[in-house]
Design a protein around this ligand. Structure first.
Ligand SMILES: [Zn+2]
Length: 59
């Protein structure tokens, strides 16, 4: 099972890098994020989520 980034569709190689999917036909894939897209995702979220203080507006 290989990890595929669901944002840029790169696939994690056996060496730990991320590469374009060219020779992965028939390989079982598990969706996730590569470090670059994960970083972008995290940066787009409000910091409160990671401080454990996130809640829905109740007023
Ligand atoms: Zn990615």
């Amino acid at each position: 099972m290989r990890r595929i980034c669901c944002v840029c569709l790169k696939i994690k190689s056996e060496h730990g890098g991320w590469e374009k999917p060219n020779s992965v036909k028939g390989v079982k894939l598990s969706h996730g994020y590569c470090p670059r897209c994960y970083r972008r995702l995290v940066d787009a979220l409000p910091a409160d989520i990671f401080a454990g203080r996130y809640r829905q507006a109740d007023h």
